[in-house]
Ligand binder design. Sequence first.
Ligand SMILES: Nc1ncnc2c1ncn2[C@@H]1O[C@H](COP(=O)(O)OP(=O)(O)OP(=O)(O)O)[C@@H](O)[C@H]1O
Ligand SMILES: [Mg+2]
Length: 494
Amino acid sequence: MNQAGEMEQSYRNLIDSISPGILVLDHQGNVQYCNKVAQEIFGRTSNQIIGTNFGLAAERDRTFEIDILRHSGEIGTGELKEIEIAWFGEKAVLVIIEDITLRKIIEKEREEHLQSLKMESIGRLAGGVAHEFNNQLTVIIGNMDLILSETKESDSLYDALMDVRKAAERSANLTRQLLAYSRKQIVSPCAINLNNLIINTIKLVGRLIGENITIRTEFIEEDIKAVFDPGMFEQILMNLILNARDAMPEGGNITIEMLKMTLGENECANFHESKPGEYVAVRVSDTGMGMNHETVAHLFESFFTTKGIVKGTGLGLATVYGMIRQNNGYIGVKSAEGGGTSFTVLLTQAEGADFSAKDAGTTEKNKPFKSCARIILIEDETQVLKITEAYLRKLGFRVESFDSGKKALDAFIKDQNRFDVLITDVLMPGINGKEVADEMKKRCPGLKVLFTSGYTGNVLAEKGLSINKSNFLLKPFTPEALSKKLSVLLKNGD
Ligand SMILES: Nc1ncnc2c1ncn2[C@@H]1O[C@H](COP(=O)(O)OP(=O)(O)OP(=O)(O)O)[C@@H](O)[C@H]1O
Ligand SMILES: [Mg+2]
């Protein structure tokens, strides 16, 4: 080999041994040269690459990303830089390709970690605010109910009072949405029969959907069960249907499908935080106005709405997202501007489990349950204590109230068999509700217990105070909710 040949070989070895892939393209985009790493990235030999036109070199001096075939056989991400050069006296383009798959994965994990930290702190804030707020709402709703029950519909102030009552109810819903969003609600997943639940929810929202919108269902087979909280599933479906309605002011079709879906590594990209596997999918599609990229990118963020603050809170889909993740499900969306939207919810299929939950959509409005059972009531917030006592007396109960666990325990110990039910706030200064209940149950095992709190069960559990959902009532509660809980408790609970 002469000196020039040796020189060329040395340069080739040099270029082959550096880590980015290198291609040289002529002015038509045909590959004139490629180094070893480029051959590995494209999974082809130099003979297969040289002369090929990859459709690159459309522009000069730009950087962009493409899919690449990695050593392992999986698809990864490559970053390409194009630089204009001279090659044997002709204009050409040097393409530098780097495998950035790993960097992308690390960036994604970092973003997800930051997102979960953000959720955690919002959750803590929402939990704290909701607690205070729920106490105040209990007082407002309770007193309004008392005033309304004494006010005739013909009274000039009746409508104004009703408006206050409705506004308080809406505020209570908002705290519930916030708690759901921050994933602090109690979840009771069980095997739910999807067909029944979907059909019941459609009946429920039917009134809210205009006549110019039709809802169709397509079920792959009857009797599919998934593991999910039935109340939450119903709320998710309602939120999706109402969004679809809002996207079709001129009318259109909503289709609710149920199908089985296998998620591979590639499809996981369409469902945030998802893992490959077998799922039951519930898809809600509409023929509405669709969304642009910008909207899709912010869809699940809390308070993101395009409907204006009067019409939308922007908590609908944020709540949906929170509830789905709490039940180990995933959600994905496809939308085209002017071409409709479809949301797909992935649920875990229940294997051979029994349908143990009551259909959430079929709960009847119970008549108030009346009883003359004796109740010992503990609540440190005087206003809440007063209103709860008033509710209970209206239902016929005989009530003794205390504003601290200590005072209640002292009175209880003097005459242990005087009471049938203990109703107590959980978090109170001094001795807490759980400790009071344990102490009383030790002395009187037949005593029924109902806990109330402005904190949800999950938050209480985090504070080491786990409470069974059937013995728990979240503030603010209505007289009906209290009466229903007590009727169940007195019939069969402990
Ligand atoms: N089916 C859909 N078609 C078109 N756009 C949608 C659809 N679903 C959601 N969106 C868009 O996503 C935004 C956020 O939805 P989200 O349900 O979170 O809040 P909202 O409906 O605006 O308010 P809220 O549900 O609290 O009343 C909507 O404002 C709308 O722009
Ligand atoms: Mg909505």
